[in-house]
Ligand binder design. Structure first.
Ligand SMILES: [Zn+2]
Length: 743
């Protein structure tokens, strides 16, 4: 208790010493320097700082006027004055650097980048310009951020802000030890390096120790430094600890109610947890106060678009679907969610504390808003605790994406994040989620792509202890994809060698806050380096041939595509077989399976076409036209059950297809699978077909066959309402009446 009191007492004195300027009070305004203003602000003396900056706006020097307007939040005027200042001193690099910093602060990274570049043309050794470039790159998780920061430190080892930024970047990469060192390096240069203190606080918070001592130190220098709390919040959110991040963002705006960046993040993260009212309030406040960065504006737009969505609650599931596709998607999504929950409850030996909410976005841009400011863009789904946001199958070209696979993936995150209380490294939860995709069905999940084959060949896979880096800050294009693959295969390997329960042991070890090297040692009984070696040997047995064959495969595939184009079918069949053997997992566009099926059909060998398309289906081929063709052939060859199974697979890939539901409904009706036929015929209705009468009639006859006469009657009447003379419906209505009288 006393200790705290003493701690609090010191800063006032220290502060007064540091900013003698503020003691001078109002008399300061005249003759204040930019440094005075910056010092006042740094120590949280807001009204004095405001006055100080105001006094600068009357300076004769346009550059100082620019700083003055910037300091008083008159950004447009500041921008004008910077322009005048650079016109007056075209060779001055520093003015451009400051202008760039203003641009960066005001959400214009393109202009900021240009200005830092121009500064470097004038002064190639300008450390501040490199620091500015680093700030811009850091916003996009660009690997250049580290390079630029290193350069800034190299040019000016005393630039403590660059050490602070480096510490933050290293912490993003989960390298706590090095982040700690860099934060200390900054504090050695300046004992008032507030962000360095915040990084220390973040490290404490991430490892579940108390960050209070560091937060106290920040308050001693500047009681209203909300940025410190916001930096801690940022790192918590990046580690998926949304609730903890939110409470730090709250502290940030408590310390500084005008810290719009933190207020905006508070709103965005509350949205991620499924809230609407408070986010709207917070984001609107930001917007009204001129804080209109992309994330704020797009999040407000997304909140507005929620009026186009329906929320469907059913026990332990909440589905938020766009009204235009809710009727179509609901049965498929709801059934799949239930199936996942019952599977994972058993598998992970736990239940979720409350219902899971799945939001399905037909407009990819709406979904992208949910992932803004997070690494790994281009994802299909994202999990925030008990809320999942994902693309709708209708939001992507048919066949590009297996929505059910994505749902199993994201739901795995929900369980693992819950089980570990969000203390799990990215690689492990991603690996497990990828692993689950093929556990549901070997036909699901993604197959090894050429990019991954090349990465393996070039020995670019990361050691398991450093695998997180491949997700956050990719060093080559597609490293994120390669890392997903590697993490997934690591989990496949662990399951195959040690059993599925070993994966669960690892989940529990992470929940106990063990690091990856410790988890590998404790649960798998080996050093991480040995694990890497043995994993690569195992992987090589599986894909080594494909990797070794890659160049030959590429040449032969090109030739095969040429033969297919020239309709040389005998060649296609001969070469296709070889190309397929060289790289059997290649099911992406221009694959040997589809070329060969085309050749078989040209030669009228339907059984052969069925055989090759079945191989394609079994190895994970997802192209809807190819699978529909397979179904037609199976039907022609008298295998209606196979045809129905093939079409049903498409429901998990691209259900936005009226013809698919119609055909599958007919097949199942003929096979006496009435519940299946009901679902499929209802899907036809959900797609607003042109022929409403026969669509309603089909549902009616399926309900009738299933013994649900009331529903049958409803639909038959709907059919007759559209087409009163429709004979089959009239007949069914009579049958219904007869059967009712009979009973
Ligand atoms: Zn994932």
């Amino acid at each position: 208790m006393n200790w705290r009191a003493t701690q609090r007492a010191t800063p006032l004195i220290a502060c007064a010493l540091v900013c003698a300027a503020c003691l001078a009070g109002a008399s300061l305004a005249r003759g204040a320097t930019l440094e005075d203003c910056q010092s006042l602000r740094k120590h949280g003396h807001r009204p004095e700082a405001q006055k100080c900056y105001e006094s600068l706006t009357a300076s004769r020097d346009p550059y100082l006027r620019a700083e003055g307007f910037w300091g008083t939040e008159m950004y447009q005027e500041a921008n004008n004055q910077f322009r005048i200042a650079t016109d007056a001193s075209p060779m001055n690099a520093m003015i451009r650097v400051r202008w760039g910093r203003l641009m960066h602060e005001r959400f214009n990274n393109t202009e900021a980048d240009n200005l830092f570049g121009e500064a470097l043309q004038r002064d190639p050794k300008n450390a501040q310009a490199y620091y500015g470039l680093a700030l811009v790159s850091a916003d996009g998780f660009d690997s250049k951020a580290i390079e630029y920061t290193s350069k800034a430190i190299e040019l000016d080892p005393k630039l403590y802000e660059a050490h602070e930024l480096m510490a933050s970047l290293l912490l993003e990469d989960s390298d706590q030890a090095k982040a700690f060192e860099e934060a200390d390096a900054a504090l050695k240069i300046s004992p008032e390096a507030l962000d360095a203190m915040a990084i220390h606080a973040a490290i404490e918070a991430l490892t579940d120790r108390s960050p209070d001592a560091w937060l106290d130190k920040i308050r001693q220098v500047n009681a209203s430094y909300g940025e410190g709390y916001a930096l801690v919040a940022y790192h918590l959110v990046l580690n998926r600890r949304y609730q903890d991040g939110i409470s730090f963002y709250r502290k940030a705006i408590e310390a500084d109610p005008r810290l719009w960046s933190a207020r905006s993040q508070l709103g965005i993260n509350l949205m991620r947890l499924g809230q609407e009212d408070e986010p709207r309030k917070q984001l609107e406040l930001c917007y009204e106060n001129g804080f209109r960065n992309e994330e704020t504006v797009n999040s407000l737009r997304l909140l507005d678009s929620y009026k186009n969505f329906v929320t469907l609650k059913d026990g332990d599931t909440i589905l938020r679907l766009n009204k235009k596709e809710a009727d179509l998607l609901r049965p498929y999504f709801e059934a799949e969610m239930k199936r996942i929950i019952s599977t994972y409850n058993k598998k992970y030996k736990m239940t979720l504390p409350s219902p899971v909410q799945v939001e399905v976005y037909p407009d990819h841009e709406d979904f992208a808003v949910r992932t803004m400011g997070m690494p790994g863009l281009g994802a299909l789904g994202v999990t925030f605790g008990l809320v999942i946001a994902m693309d709708s199958p209708s939001g992507r070209p048919p066949g590009e994406f297996h929505w059910a696979s994505t749902l199993w993936h994201e739901m795995s995150h929900v369980y693992i994040l819950t089980a570990t209380n969000f203390r799990v490294p990215r690689w492990f939860t991603e690996g497990l989620a990828v692993h689950e995709e093929t556990e549901v069905s070997p036909e699901w999940g993604d197959r090894i792509t050429p990019d991954i084959v090349v990465a393996i060949r070039e020995k670019k896979l990361l050691p398991v202890a450093e695998l997180d880096r491949g997700f956050i800050r990719p060093e080559y294009p597609n490293q994120v994809i390669v890392s997903y693959y590697q993490a997934g295969r690591i989990c496949d390997y662990i399951k195959e060698r040690w059993g599925a329960d070993k994966l669960l042991d690892m989940v529990h070890s992470y929940a106990d806050l063990k690091t990856t090297p410790d988890v590998i040692r404790a649960d798998l009984g080996m050093a991480p380096e040995d694990f890497d070696k043995q994993f690569l040997e195992w992987l090589d047995k599986d894909v080594g041939k494909t990797v070794a064959n890659f160049d030959v495969w590429r040449t032969k595939l090109k030739d095969l595509a040429g033969q297919a184009k020239s309709k040389n079918y005998d060649e296609v069949l001969k070469e296709g077989e070889e190309v397929r053997r060289l790289y059997p997992d290649y099911i992406y566009p221009a694959n040997p399976y589809e070329f060969m099926a085309e050749a078989d059909l040209a030669k009228n060998d339907k059984p052969a076409a069925v055989a090759i398309l079945t191989s394609y289906e079994k190895i994970g081929g997802h192209n809807p036209p190819a699978l529909k063709q397979l179904a037609s052939l199976e039907e022609e060859l008298g295998k209606p059950a196979d045809a129905a199974a093939t079409l049903d697979r498409l429901n998990y890939i691209y259900p936005v297809d009226e013809e698919l539901h119609h055909r599958l409904g007919d097949l199942w009706f003929a096979q006496n699978n009435f519940p299946g036929a009901i679902r499929e015929y209802n899907a036809v209705i959900a797609m607003s077909p042109i022929d409403k009468a026969s669509a309603q009639f089909n549902v009616a006859r399926a309900y009738f066959a299933a013994g649900q006469k009331d529903k049958a009657e409803d639909h038959v009447l709907e059919s007759l309402e559209v087409a009163p003379d429709y004979r089959p419906a009239q007949k069914l209505l009579l049958q219904l009446k007869d059967s009712n009288e009979g009973k």
